[in-house]
Design a protein around this ligand. Structure first.
Ligand SMILES: Cc1cc2nc3c(=O)[nH]c(=O)nc-3n(C[C@H](O)[C@H](O)[C@H](O)COP(=O)(O)O)c2cc1C
Length: 214
């Protein structure tokens, strides 16, 4: 069964699903995803978030051209010369690289994109991001719960001006993530991360939190 309801099972199996079928996704499901997104917290509840639901093939292709250029010039070489991160075997990292390449080629073929934006004026920054990424994560979790695949992507920001022009964003509005959404070709599975001890400290930064060793 690809759908899920248990929150912890959803959290631990919401992995990047980069191989998507081009089959259409009902608007009713996208609406549920958007409702989950806007249930997220945002600073002062000012709700400066804006979401584009993009199905227009020409628009997606125009953005994909920048997404692909960023892969060729920056991301691809970085993958080729980097080691697997914590909790990820070399083999799994290699498979991730293949999936990243696949999504790069097929980005625009995902039937629906949700582009998460903010009306943040001239100054996209950490504070603005803190008011949109909770919504983005909620949408990824909602996709997972519905059996839809997606991936949080931000690579288009390497060519921010060009990609945002292709998206048709007005002045004072910036994009923070593109979620390509579709029915996954593969299966959901557990995410691979390092041990908590590598990331969690107690009162002193760098010293393992006692809660992990008791
Ligand atoms: C801020 C951020 C930006 C990301 N940008 C991209 C992207 O542009 N393209 C992509 O394929 N994956 C992107 N990802 C997905 C990560 O690469 C992915 O979560 C990571 O490889 C771990 O994979 P897993 O979630 O399947 O375990 C991004 C994730 C985050 C949190």
């Amino acid at each position: 069964m690809t759908e899920a309801t248990d929150i912890f099972s959803i959290l631990h199996t919401t992995r990047a699903m980069r191989r998507l079928k081009p089959d259409p996704v009902p608007d009713a499901l996208i609406r549920r995803v958007l409702e989950a997104g806007t249930a997220a917290a945002n600073g002062g509840n000012t709700q400066k978030w804006r979401f584009m639901v993009i199905k227009d093939g020409a628009k997606k292709k125009a953005v994909q051209a920048w997404y692909k250029k960023a892969f060729e010039e920056v991301i691809g070489p970085r993958y080729a010369s980097s080691a697997a991160p914590p909790g990820v075997t070399a083999d799994k990292y290699h498979r991730q690289h293949s999936a990243v390449e696949y999504l790069t080629e097929h980005f625009h073929e995902a039937p629906v994109w949700i582009v998460a934006c903010m009306e943040d004026g001239a100054n996209p920054n950490r504070s603005a991001g803190a008011s949109i990424y909770p919504a983005v994560q909620n949408m990824l979790l909602a996709c997972r719960a519905l059996g839809l695949g997606s991936t949080l992507t931000t690579r288009h920001l390497l060519f921010e001006k060009e990609a945002e022009a292709a998206l048709g964003l007005p002045p004072g509005v910036h994009s923070y993530a593109i979620l390509p959404i579709g029915w996954p070709m593969g299966k959901f599975g557990p995410v691979g991360r390092g041990n908590l001890a590598e990331f969690v400290f107690g009162d002193t930064y760098g010293e393992t939190w006692a809660g992990l060793t008791d």
